[in-house]
Design a protein around this ligand. Structure first.
Ligand code: IMP
Ligand code: MG
Length: 332
């Protein structure tokens, strides 16, 4: 997997952070490149400690991995500096010089807009920050003195890394159904969240991507407004053990059963070559902590096989608990 894109299949919160942290440890990633912005939180659990990362790439727990923020990303300076401190990654985290800056005024504009309130945005101001980039009045990372020690030309570095055979992971944020172009418009985020867009934000041409790993969760969730086919009541979700709150905003996540049709479409449009299925232990508690496919109960194996058949994509990684290493890895 020299260059792999990680893309969320649904409305975000599929557990991408967990899959990335596993790959960071197991595959000895050389580079992890985060796209998107501060609206998305990637959760990483290691040795009982939880990190909800809004800026620093989720592969930080491998001390050899170089961490990058993509040219197409939007950087929240205070949050970035806080997370660099928290993860102790000063010496190996860089920001592309052309990344945009998201400011407090963008958050204020987001929160003041009745239209955006109706969409149920996270309130971080990502939409207004992107508007400003489009108007070509946005500040860039290279203009900010506090970021000086972290500024780099990540696009050249990533492409030279790919030439040299380094293992590069492009960390998508949010989910495909929140894509500005392909999602449930207008109930979407301010950018395209597809696999192609993730590569584009990082400055990687489509022919240089080897694998697209799509991340499914064992059930579907969404926060904010907009359609959610098959939505359950909060009481039903609690009864099934699926009820969640958002890692970033603390809001209730709405939920629905796994959607095979949606899984098929999103695998196709993103060009998925592999899939991960997270939180299998939420729907089959006997899977908790299992690390081999043979140890899963037969209903759980049948569920994974049904996903493979109906979505036409091999399920190579299966999450069985919150810790980074709670994974069934079916790759050769
Ligand atoms: P915005 O991205 O803050 O503008 O919010 C637009 C929509 O995307 C809202 O429905 C948010 O709840 C949703 N959203 C944005 N980021 C995430 C995420 O990381 N996980 C889940 N939903 C998100
Ligand atoms: Mg999240």
């Amino acid at each position: 997997m020299p260059c792999t894109v990680i893309v969320g299949a649904f409305w975000g919160d599929e557990g991408k952070g967990k899959i990335i942290s596993y790959l960071a440890l197991k595959d000895n990633l050389d580079f992890c490149v985060r796209t998107g912005s501060v609206n998305a939180a990637h959760t990483v659990w290691i040795d009982g400690k939880k990190y909800a990362l809004h800026m620093v790439p989720a592969a930080f727990l491998n001390p050899k991995c170089r961490l990058m923020i993509a040219a197409g990303a939007n950087v929240h300076v205070a949050k970035f500096l806080e997370e660099v401190e928290l993860t102790k990654t000063h010496s190996r985290v860089v920001i592309d010089r052309n990344a945009s800056i998201i400011e407090d005024k963008h958050s204020a504009q987001d929160k003041a807009s009745a239209h955006l309130k109706g969409i149920g945005t996270t309130g971080w101001g990502v939409g207004p920050a992107i508007e400003e980039r489009v108007r070509r009045t946005a500040k860039l990372a290279r203009d900010i003195p506090e970021l000086k020690p972290y500024i780099a030309d990540t696009v050249t570095e990533i492409n030279e890394g790919i030439d040299a055979g380094k293992k590069v992971l492009l960390e998508g944020t949010q989910g495909f159904m929140l894509s500005l172009y392909f999602g449930t418009y207008p109930y979407v985020t301010g950018r395209d969240t597809s696999a192609s867009a993730i590569a584009s934000e990082a400055g990687v041409g489509p022919t240089r991507v080897d694998d697209v790993l799509i991340v499914y969760k064992s059930f579907v969730t969404r926060v904010g407004a907009g359609p959610l086919p098959g939505e359950l009541t909060k009481e039903e979700a609690q009864k099934r053990g699926w009820f969640e709150t958002a890692a970033g905003t603390g809001r209730d996540r709405r939920s629905a059963p796994f959607d095979f049709e949606l899984a098929r479409n999103t695998a196709k449009i993103n060009g998925a070559t592999q899939a991960a299925v997270t939180k299998l232990d939420s729907i089959f508690p006997a899977c908790q902590g299992k690390r081999s496919f043979g140890d899963l109960p037969s209903e759980a194996k049948a569920f994974i096989k049904e996903i493979e058949n109906r979505a036409s994509v091999p399920v190579t990684l299966i999450g069985t608990g919150p810790e980074a290493l709670d994974i069934v890895d079916r790759r050769k």
